[in-house]
Design a protein around this ligand. Structure first.
Ligand code: DGY
Length: 334
């Protein structure tokens, strides 16, 4: 804390970029002079830069692009605390170069996000959204032996791309469905982690795409994972397979996926994330073999609150001289 001309202690100034639980704003206000945005205006870059002037910390979320330009325009900034596990909205290299700490919210959302991966998988495989639309539209006149036949989940092969904490939680849940698990990850897991993840077997990405009945994407977005699943990869998949994305938009080439779904190259997709969201490719709306949700993988009440608290605790630690629990760039902590 700094002092004013009369020696009174001044709290560090922070910006909370988007609306968040009021209790979290109250908690942060015990430590900081908070510039909040409870009306949830979406800031342009220019507005974000303007609001960051004089701020020591920013409580951000994936909708805020903390680019090198934004970071360099905020000379007093010491910490960027993201309310998300993913942090591809932040130029971490630029933050590190400027001596700014960056944090995320790992672990607290693993189980909730894995639950949601399964929600999408089951809904996609068994055509839940499509059949509900049919029912709501008053089209259900009689039972048919072949109405909305989907693909089985039990006894099938689950392919997980990105076997981090959330990927392993997705894999663990497959035990109850008597499934085989194959996975692809930058590095092979330790044998005890593979055992916990339903005896998951490490395979090449190509083998996974060729063999899995249900492919779930749970890897971080980066330059390397941009369009990791495009036309060539979709062509490797079985025509009966489903693709589930609970990771980030941009990992899948959405235009190529729309082509593959339209041509029946894969059976169906369940998507919680999109390229350029929320302005996603409207081609998806013309397809019946997709289940679409607006980036809600971690959205249970208790998990969103845990994420919000975690980001607040990181910011409080960072600006009171302590190492934040979820520091992503330890070089910035001095
Ligand atoms: C995360 O935590 O990264 C979720 O996707 C919410 O953005």
């Amino acid at each position: 804390m700094t002092s004013d001309s009369r020696g009174a202690q001044l709290k560090p100034k922070i910006l909370v970029t988007r609306a968040v639980f009021q209790e979290v704003i109250d908690y942060l206000s015990e430590y900081f002079d908070v510039d909040s945005n409870q009306s949830d205006e979406v800031f342009s870059d220019a507005e974000l830069i303007r609001r960051l002037q004089g701020k020591a910390g920013v409580y951000a979320n994936p909708t805020n692009l903390m680019s090198a330009e934004v970071i360099r325009s905020a000379p007093e900034l010491r910490a960027i605390c993201n309310m998300a596990v993913g942090y591809n909205n932040i130029d971490v290299a630029a933050a590190t170069a400027a001596g700014i700490m960056v944090t995320n919210t790992p672990d607290v959302l693993n189980e909730t996000t894995a639950d949601f991966g399964w929600t999408l998988l089951m809904a996609t495989a068994r055509r839940v959204t499509e059949s509900e639309h049919y029912l709501r539209a008053g089209l259900w006149k009689k039972w048919n032996y072949d109405s909305f036949m989907g693909v089985d989940v039990h006894g099938s092969t689950l392919g997980v791309i990105g076997m981090g904490r959330i990927g392993r939680a997705v894999a663990r849940r497959s035990m109850g469905f008597n499934m085989k698990v194959i996975y692809n990850n930058r590095s092979r897991l330790a044998p005890e982690l593979e055992a916990e993840a339903n005896n998951a077997r490490h395979v090449s990405r190509e083998e996974l795409l060729r063999s899995a009945d249900h492919v779930v994407l749970v890897l971080p977005y980066s330059k390397e994972s941009h369009h990791l699943i495009g036309a060539a990869e979709l062509a490797l998949m079985k025509p009966t397979a489903t693709l589930i994305n609970i990771a980030r938009g941009g990992i899948v080439d959405d235009a190529a996926l729309i082509d593959a779904l339209s041509a029946g190259k894969i059976a169906a997709a369940g998507l919680d994330v999109f390229e350029n969201e929320p302005a996603f490719n409207l081609g998806f709306l013309k397809l019946s073999n997709v289940v679409l949700t607006p980036h809600i993988g971690s959205a249970s009440g208790s998990t969103r609150r845990a994420m919000a608290d975690c980001a607040a605790d990181n910011l409080i630690a960072a600006l009171s001289g302590h190492r934040p629990p979820n520091l992503l760039n330890p070089e910035s902590f001095k």
